[in-house]
Design a protein around this ligand. Structure first.
Ligand code: 4NP
Length: 161
């Protein structure tokens, strides 16, 4: 079976997308789909490249049972567009930035907004928690659990077909 590959994308790759990666990896493991679904994350900017996730996000995620272990990297259009099946952006700016890197509009069918998978949150974007307090991080985790759960169900349906 061909693998399904998911890449979560935010601005810095230290708050929202590594949290989405950690949540989805846990959901994938709980569904025994590790051999079929691959999960990664990246940022549209390279400012934090090599850094672990923001300690505040790590702490809030850990309290819910998610280990955030990845190091930040910048989205690489040459490699990432062909490699991933679902490129899931967090906010409208990330979505616009990733689309603008897709010069020939070859990959636009792979580019999604995380909010589009949410069922329990009527939102257009996953807000940047970087300048927020604890509630901001908890809110982002609520949104990401909602979106990741539904995205995984969608992928499971596609695999079954
Ligand atoms: P993220 O949050 O995009 O969810 O990783 C941010 C992290 C760092 C910065 C902005 C947003 N920053 O400007 O350094």
């Amino acid at each position: 079976m061909t693998k399904k590959k998911i890449l979560f994308v935010c601005l810095g790759n230290i708050c929202r997308s590594p949290a989405a990666e950690g949540i989805m990896k846990k959901f994938v493991a709980q569904n025994n789909l590790d051999n079929i679904i691959e999960v990664d994350s990246a940022g549209t900017m390279g400012y934090h490249t090599g850094e672990g996730a923001d300690p505040r996000m790590k702490r809030h995620a850990k309290n819910r049972g998610y280990d955030l272990t990845s190091a930040a990297r910048r989205f690489d259009p040459k490699k990432d567009f062909p490699n991933f099946d679902y490129i899931v952006t967090m906010d409208d700016q990330n979505f616009a930035d990733i689309n603008s890197l897709d010069n020939e509009k070859k990959f636009h069918n792979k580019i999604f907004k995380m909010a589009s998978f949410c069922k329990n949150h009527d939102i257009a974007e996953v807000p940047d928690p970087y300048y927020e307090g604890s509630e901001g991080f908890e809110y982002v985790l609520d949104i990401l659990e909602d979106g990741c759960g539904n995205l995984l169900n969608k992928i499971k349906n596609e695999i079954d077909k």
